[in-house]
Design a protein around this ligand. Structure first.
Ligand code: 5GP
Length: 184
């Protein structure tokens, strides 16, 4: 595996596709242990989750359904300056078991907003969270992260769905920002 250049940044190889698949398979089987007798809905958080979501489903041996959610932040009226989260969910999930699927948890702000949105407005039966990656040095919330593929250091990663300035999502392997370069 060779380093990758995106704009002014260099990214070095971090996890190969085969290692990623091992992690994803283990995560899928852990989820299955808990949902064997249910048909949960896996809800993918777009866009970064695409690769992990697809691989997770391929390794999941049980019955399940899927849905997607897209979040976008926008600043409210000029006077308040408050940032609102707009959520677009593709399926009715009332009274269903939900597994929220994220690419990476960093500060935890995103999963917190999502969890709040689901529990307060969508009335699912239960909500758990699965994330491919977690940066434990940065994570500041008390919210329980139920299924984590891999804990990684606080360095910006690229590939396998994760972008830098919208580029690199299509890379099958995962890369890390080269040592000495400023984190995004
Ligand atoms: P949080 O709300 O947990 O701070 O951040 C979550 C979002 O930030 C992720 O869904 C992802 O879009 C972005 N993010 C956080 N860390 C990284 C990273 O290392 N690489 C990339 N490409 N995106 C990241």
């Amino acid at each position: 595996m060779e380093s990758i250049q995106v704009h002014d940044k260099t990214f070095v190889p971090y996890l190969k596709d085969a290692e990623i698949q091992e992690i994803v398979k283990a995560t899928a089987l852990k989820i299955y242990e808990d949902y064997k007798d249910e048909t949960p809905i896996f809800v993918g958080v777009l866009n970064g989750v695409i690769m992990f979501f697809s691989d997770l489903l391929k390794h999941y041996p049980g019955s399940c359904e899927i849905a997607f959610i897209q979040m976008s932040s926008y600043v409210g009226t000029e006077s308040t300056g408050i940032v609102y989260q707009k959520m677009e969910l593709t399926k009715d999930i009332k009274d269903r078991h939900i597994i929220l699927v994220e690419d990476i948890v960093d500060t935890g702000n995103t999963v917190e907003s999502l969890f709040k949105y689901f529990t307060e407005t969508q009335r699912p039966k239960s909500v758990k969270l699965a994330s491919f990656l977690l940066k434990p040095e940065v994570y500041k919330k008390d919210f329980k992260l139920d299924y984590i593929g891999k804990e990684i250091p606080n360095k910006f990663v690229l590939g396998y769905g994760l972008d830098y300035d919208e580029l690199g999502r299509n890379l099958p392997n995962l890369y890390q920002l080269e040592e000495g370069q400023i984190n995004h």
